[in-house]
Design a protein around this ligand. Structure first.
Ligand code: UDP
Ligand code: MG
Length: 210
């Protein structure tokens, strides 16, 4: 058995998300509490300029004794990949969920994915696959070209197109990700590289809350 303290850690990268964090926090804590799932939330402030750091300090303060919340504060903007890495390092849960702060990925869907993981002992990771992103035609074309080129070049692995880094996975998956020495990290590639049994579920991203 692992000595993890929580059922699930939500790792939330935040770059200028002060307007979204209160709603995210309220929705996530309520949703998992109702389901009887013990969560920890690790917010990572990735060098925001909009007061996200100060807001997160208040959230941590007001959560004391009620909810497990950590806030990691970067000295500048390092990018989402670095924020995810730091968040996973700090995570004390048996399972980890990578989720955005802007409510494009909802805590309710994260809960659904967590249940799927718990119900399927042979699955290590549940990954959300975007069925249709609400984004422009040109961006879509570029993305398709990227995956084609990447998968053409890489010999051993291929990255499923449309798979997002909205995921829920078991602690050994996190340990494998953290063991990789890469400095310039590209999560989708790393997830494909480490293997593990991944269940992809269709998912439609919401609009940013704020
Ligand atoms: N993010 C971050 N650092 C960055 C850019 C984004 O931590 O340099 C966070 C952002 O706050 C959000 C998540 O990463 O929680 C996804 O970012 P965004 O919503 O801009 O991306 P998209 O929805 O287009 O994938
Ligand atoms: Mg977003």
């Amino acid at each position: 058995m692992s000595d993890a303290l929580y059922d699930l850690t939500l790792v939330v990268p935040c770059y200028n998300e002060a307007d979204n964090i209160p709603l995210f926090y309220k929705t996530a804590t309520e949703c998992f509490e109702q389901a009887g799932v013990g969560i920890e939330i690790v917010f990572v402030n990735d060098g925001s300029q909009d007061g996200t750091a100060q807001l997160l300090r208040r959230v941590v303060e007001s959560a004391r004794g009620k909810h497990a919340v950590q806030a990691i504060d970067f000295s500048r903007n390092f990018g989402k990949e670095s924020a995810l890495y730091a968040g996973m390092q700090a995570a004390r849960g048996n399972n980890i969920c990578l989720i955005d702060a802007d409510m494009q990925q909802t805590p309710h869907d994260a809960l659904r994915m967590y249940h799927l993981l718990m119900e399927n002992a042979d699955v290590d990771c549940v990954a959300a696959c975007q069925v249709d992103r609400k984004e422009g035609f040109v961006l879509k074309l570029f993305k398709r070209a990227f995956y084609r080129t990447f998968n053409g070049m890489a010999d051993d692995i291929s990255i499923p197109a449309n798979v997002s880094d909205f995921r829920v996975f078991r602690r050994p998956v996190r340990d494998a990700l953290l063991a990789l020495p890469e400095r310039e990290r590209f999560s989708k590639g790393l997830f494909a590289w480490i293997g593990f049994n991944t269940l992809e579920i269709p998912y439609e991203a919401e609009q940013r809350a704020a």
